[in-house]
Design a protein around this ligand. Structure first.
Ligand SMILES: [Zn+2]
Ligand SMILES: [Zn+2]
Length: 474
């Protein structure tokens, strides 16, 4: 590889997630992902604690949650931190592989004149999540209001362009990017084939070939191989694992236990953003004579993703689904207790509303799919015993969730027995090796992994180990 293309790593090195990769060719620079590093963050903050807002970007830079690089960040956040604000822009554009926090969330800090490219579905997911949450410093991806907030109430939108399968390649000066769909645990994921003036670089994003849509990743592998890449940036989350649980195994195992739980409560904990898992639980509920109880925000998410011809072929929100209505502030179910968007859902689904009282009286008729975020609903449901289907956890944390210890305490308090079964979003070690051997890059850079050494062992001198804040030139 000529020295004209260079790759630097601001994150995603020797850790799972936090990908922030800078690619430079003939003076043009682009970023691949700009995610939140849960590892760096958890050294100083609990998952539900946040760095101080009043110091803008200052706490994030000082504590190493963001790279201290000039020309990347929003002026309002630099100004609050007492930093120099007039800087030349470092990068032209950013390419986002998918909507997971460890790839997407810290776009929030970037200058609004950096063009952001993402898949159509990813944009829809991010907009849907932004609608549900209050804007925080760490999650204002599609736009933001200047801070301190009294300075302006006008929302500054980011420049976002979308692509989809079949879109034309995107050129940023001498750098051409070809997004290709891959299968992972959230819809709308892409890997990239990147052609610079001298080289071909492949970026895997996060991927697997044991999920429900392996053909997506197979397409990526085939195209990546025929591009004869000089270098492959390859995720290695599960390079050290050989076991493969498929989505079908999640269905079979959970169904088996639900059938044997007979009159008892079944509580399900899975990532609602993973629509494959939603389909699995929809089918478990349907085939065991129960209804799947979902939160109104999940109903909105599914409705948003199934609009425009339901490209992801999601199951319908039909009679097999109930919408959960928790007790509100009044202690009852007063309309005024709920935000407008929830009231709309309740009004539109009058016959399929499910309250904690309903669950209490008919525990054998439902699967409560509220996840660990709403586990406090057990206080109103008061099960005597039951089953907790835990179907999210990886040996790491991609989205931030309750600690296992606290979860176990809740389960013990309410007599719920936990079954863990999960189909990972990441390829196993053997599958990763198959992918790498098929793509046949000249050089291999392991990212998004804590097992770089295993790459080295398996692929020898092909492997170049990335270092934080350092460049790779070949
Ligand atoms: Zn990831
Ligand atoms: Zn991911």
């Amino acid at each position: 590889m000529s020295a004209s293309s260079r790759i630097s790593f601001y994150g995603g090195v020797n850790e799972i997630g936090g990908n922030k990769i800078l690619l430079e060719d003939k003076g043009t620079r682009i970023l691949l992902d700009f995610g939140k590093s849960f590892k760096a963050r958890s050294r100083f903050y609990e998952w539900n604690e946040t760095p101080r807002v009043g110091n803008g970007i200052g706490d994030f830079l000082t504590m190493g949650l963001l790279p201290d690089v000039s020309g990347l960040y929003r002026e309002d956040l630099l100004s609050l931190a007492g930093r120099k604000t007039k800087e030349d822009r470092l990068v032209e554009a950013l390419f986002l592989s998918h909507a997971h926090s460890d790839h997407a969330d810290y776009i929030s800090f970037l200058r609004e004149d950096i063009e952001v490219y993402m898949g159509e579905t990813t944009k829809r997911i991010i907009e849907s999540l932004e609608f549900e949450r209050n804007a925080t410093l760490e999650f204002e991806i599609t736009g933001y209001k200047q801070r301190p907030s009294e300075r302006s109430s006008t929302r500054i939108p980011r420049k976002i362009s979308t692509f989809k399968t079949g879109s034309k390649n995107i050129a940023i000066d001498s750098i051409e990017i070809e997004p290709i769909h891959v299968d992972h645990s959230i819809p709308g994921c892409y890997g990239f084939i990147i052609r610079t003036s001298q080289n071909v670089i492949v970026y895997s994003g996060d991927l697997r070939i044991h999920g429900k849509n392996p053909s997506l990743t197979r397409d990526f592998i085939e195209k990546a191989a025929s591009a004869k890449p000089d270098l492959m940036l390859c995720e290695g989350t599960r390079i050290d694992e050989t076991s493969i649980t498929k989505e079908r195994d999640v269905f079979d195992t959970c169904k088996y236990f639900v059938e044997r739980s007979k009159e008892h409560l079944v509580y399900a904990d899975y990532s609602y953003k993973d629509v494959d898992r939603f389909s699995t639980f929809y089918n478990i509920a349907k085939s065991t004579g129960r209804s799947l109880v979902i939160h109104p925000k999940v109903a909105r998410y599914l409705t948003s993703l199934s609009s425009a011809g339901n490209p992801l072929r999601l199951p319908p929100l039909d009679q097999n689904i109930l919408i959960y209505k928790p007790r509100g502030k009044s202690g009852a179910y007063d309309d005024r207790d709920y935000p407008k968007e929830d009231r709309e859902i309740y009004d539109a689904n009058k016959n399929t509303i499910c309250t904690p009282d309903h669950v209490k009286h008919y525990p054998s008729k439902v699967i409560i799919a509220l996840g660990s975020n709403h586990i406090d609903q057990l206080v109103d449901i008061v099960p005597s015993e039951g089953l907790y289907l835990h179907s999210t956890s990886e040996p790491f944390n991609e989205e931030g969730e309750m600690s296992e210890e606290k979860m176990y305490n809740w389960l013990e308090r309410f007599g719920l027995q936990r079954i863990h079964v999960h189909c990972s979003g990441h390829a196993s070690g053997r599958d990763l090796n198959e992918i790498i051997n098929s793509v046949q890059p000249k050089f291999l850079v392991p990212i998004h992994t804590e097992h770089e050494g295993l790459f080295k062992l398996l692929h020898g001198s092909k492997v170049k180990l990335p270092e934080l804040m350092k460049e790779i030139t070949l």
